[in-house]
Design a protein around this ligand. Structure first.
Ligand SMILES: Nc1ncnc2c1ncn2[C@@H]1O[C@H](COP(=O)(O)OP(=O)(O)OP(=O)(O)O)[C@@H](O)[C@H]1O
Length: 241
């Protein structure tokens, strides 16, 4: 499959603190890649640089064949990078449907009946259609996470960045979320997913990347990365005997 995202020699410094240290990674079209790492490893900072809300200190970000390093976040969204945030922040005073419509109109560039039809289809796929007219602010956690995904999908992404979407959910809710992400994945959207709930991640992704203090520690098949001695030590706290 052709590459959809290339992160090339990306570094980020906040003052004297290095939070991304020569990051190189690729995601192929339709591929699902997981990112794990302890708190403060630089995972969200990496997403912020891919989505454009912060600029790398150096390095390049290529989306498709386009260098998007200097592009503003709305333009990256319109180019096909969708994002869900760690803490869902829907427009709580408007309905679930209207929240989704904002994404379809803004990112997907659709209007009128076309945008409305797309939103209804997305809400149906995510199991939110029955709550379409409810205020977003009245939703429980799982539904807020579903809405976060719906809003991101409405922008018609070719690459979806998921930031800790399983956090705070019950086991049953995590299973529901896994089914949703698997279904999104089956539509051909590439996924880059940061997650602390590793079993959820591993049940969906093709490849895993482990980060630690701004660096890529290991990368490859999920089982191999989880068995890596350095990953076990820094991430799971398991030291070699
Ligand atoms: N705007 C900022 N200014 C200064 N330091 C920052 C800023 N944003 C992030 N950092 C620092 O960068 C480091 C990486 O943070 P980041 O949120 O990317 O980690 P993370 O791997 O996503 O962690 P978590 O799993 O807790 O979400 C942390 O030490 C954080 O304090």
């Amino acid at each position: 499959m052709p590459t959809i995202l290339t992160v090339e020699q990306v570094c980020k410094q906040f003052g004297s603190v290095i939070v991304a240290d020569d990051i190189n990674l690729t995601v192929a079209e339709g591929e699902a890649v997981g990112i794990i790492g302890p708190n403060g490893a630089g995972k969200t900072t990496l997403f912020n640089m891919i989505a454009g809300s912060i600029q790398p200190t150096s390095g390049r970000i290529i989306f498709g064949y386009r260098n998007i390093t200097k592009l503003r976040p709305p333009d990256r969204c319109r180019a096909g990078i969708g994002r869900s945030h760690q803490i869902p922040r829907p427009f709580s005073g408007i309905s679930v449907y209207e929240n989704t419509l904002v994404g379809a109109t803004f990112g997907g560039g659709r209007e009128g009946v076309d945008a409305k039809r797309r939103c209804i289809d997305i809400l149906d796929r995510l199991g939110l259609l029955a709550k379409a007219n409810q205020l977003a602010g009245s939703l429980g956690l799982l539904d807020r996470k579903r809405l976060e995904l719906a809003r991101a999908l409405a922008t018609e992404p070719r690459l979806l960045l998921l930031d800790e979407i399983a956090g705070g959910l019950t086991d049953e809710e995590v299973h529901q979320l896994i089914r949703i992400v698997t279904a999104i994945r089956a539509t051909g959207v590439a996924i880059l997913w940061i997650e602390h709930i590793v079993h959820a991640l591993i049940s969906v992704v093709d490849r895993l990347i482990a980060m630690h203090v701004g660096r890529l520690l290991a990368e490859g098949a999920p089982a191999a990365v989880m068995a890596n001695a350095e990953v076990q030590e820094v991430y799971l706290g398991i030291e070699e005997p």
